[in-house]
Design a protein around this ligand. Sequence first.
Ligand SMILES: NC(=O)C1=CN([C@@H]2O[C@H](COP(=O)(O)OP(=O)(O)OC[C@H]3O[C@@H](n4cnc5c(N)ncnc54)[C@H](OP(=O)(O)O)[C@@H]3O)[C@@H](O)[C@H]2O)C=CC1
Ligand SMILES: O=C(O)[C@@H]1CCC=N1
Length: 267
Amino acid sequence: MNKKIGFIGCGNMGEAMLNGIIDSFDNSDKIYVFEKNEERQNELKKKYGVNISSTPLELVNSSEMILVAVKPDIFPLVMDDIRSAVDDTKVIISIAAGVTIAAIEKGLGDNAKIIRTMPNTPAFVGSGMTSMSPNKNVTSEEAAIAKQILEGFGEVEEIPETLIHSVIGVSGSAPAYVFMFIEAMADAAVLAGMPRNKAYKFASQAVMGSAKMVLETGMHPGALKDMVCSPGGTTIEAVAELEKTGFRSSVISGMRKCMEKSKEMSK
Ligand SMILES: NC(=O)C1=CN([C@@H]2O[C@H](COP(=O)(O)OP(=O)(O)OC[C@H]3O[C@@H](n4cnc5c(N)ncnc54)[C@H](OP(=O)(O)O)[C@@H]3O)[C@@H](O)[C@H]2O)C=CC1
Ligand SMILES: O=C(O)[C@@H]1CCC=N1
């Protein structure tokens, strides 16, 4: 990758992407970071060897592809800061929930090249899932370069912007519920006497292996579930109890709340 990439804001999600991306670069000289907090900037410089920009404007002047990874309420302030430096040589990649392409075009101008994305924190270990939706000004070459950058930390799918709420529910926010599931499984194993560190390993490997089976076999998750349920065995006992306590409807209700919030934030 020979493009210069800038990160405006590098908190939980920004660092997950930076950590995932850093190996796909020949050297960290091509990566620029602007963070509000000086201590945080120094920490990132020390940890990743990236360049530190002193203002968002300076960062945009130094970079070609700019990832904006600040919270949605800070996004308008950042747009005010960088507007004068955004021209047709810059591509702005937003990861902010609830900030629409239309809102960014309004903030940066109708000609701005914008890609709205939704990554997730497993980017930190190179196993992210990211959606991307370019606006009308982004060329297919620029979209391909952006995709290559995002693939530095996992899988990428181009989607129409209208699907962003589903993406937030099913992958952007999803690691939180998967971590809760792992935590609950480990608690149950501890309850039955397993040491906690072992319980996290067994639970996490079971989740990872199951996900891999769905992805690699292409089989329906229900059919894979059936393969685990020996007649009259242990698994069907757990499945019956989980159905009784509304496991699936609980997941669907939780995700519905998540997607409703995403829609509300987009207004
Ligand atoms: N966390 C996640 O799993 C995901 C988050 N996102 C999106 O990513 C964005 C960031 O979220 P997240 O990483 O969780 O939040 P964080 O608060 O962890 O990160 C935001 C960072 O931006 C810094 N910051 C604040 N103001 C500015 C500014 N004016 N210029 C530069 N940096 C600034 C913050 O510093 P300080 O803390 O000092 O204010 C912080 O370090 C959000 O828009 C969110 O919707 C998208 C997908 C997944
Ligand atoms: O909780 C949030 O709003 C962000 C967006 C997706 C994941 N975290």
